[in-house]
Ligand binder design. Sequence first.
Ligand SMILES: CC(C)(COP(=O)(O)OP(=O)(O)OC[C@H]1O[C@@H](n2cnc3c(N)ncnc32)[C@H](O)[C@@H]1OP(=O)(O)O)[C@@H](O)C(=O)NCCC(=O)NCCS
Length: 137
Amino acid sequence: MQDSDQQTLCKLGERQMTIRVLAMPADTNPSGDIFGGWLMSQADVGGSIIAVQVSQGRVVTVAVNEFLFIKPVFVGDLVSCYAGAEKIGRTSITVQVDIYAERSRDPNTKELVAKATITYVAVDDDRKPRVIGPIEC
Ligand SMILES: CC(C)(COP(=O)(O)OP(=O)(O)OC[C@H]1O[C@@H](n2cnc3c(N)ncnc32)[C@H](O)[C@@H]1OP(=O)(O)O)[C@@H](O)C(=O)NCCC(=O)NCCS
């Protein structure tokens, strides 16, 4: 990783797009709308990308502190996760993830559909918490 990348990543509160994916029929609940668990999975992966970059190594999810479903997601929507570090602790990174949907029915509409706050712990090869190295902000 370049020094400039790390400096960008450690700016607390700033978001970057980490996932962009099409919501597919296989991701629906019995009512035909997109299953909340699928959206949670996208947020977990999208947030972990920031945690891996910040900690420069392996991470595990320790807590979903908050997950808010704001609007439904439909098949064909283009779903994007914007994630950024909110707090960097000794071994943990708390990431805010904002999820937007570009509606297939109206491509010009991009709506905030969910928000999550997720905490990851940097771990070593034995899955024990690993101290995050100094980050120059
Ligand atoms: C995550 C895990 C390694 C933490 O181990 P632990 O021995 O409990 O670690 P600690 O008590 O030292 O806590 C480590 C960090 O997590 C934070 N943490 C622990 N529980 C937390 C919680 N419920 N919410 C937020 N942060 C939490 C601590 O504050 C600490 O952060 P800090 O070092 O920045 O202050 C362990 O609980 C684990 O392996 N859990 C399973 C992870 C998993 O399988 N996730 C799903 C798949 S990725």
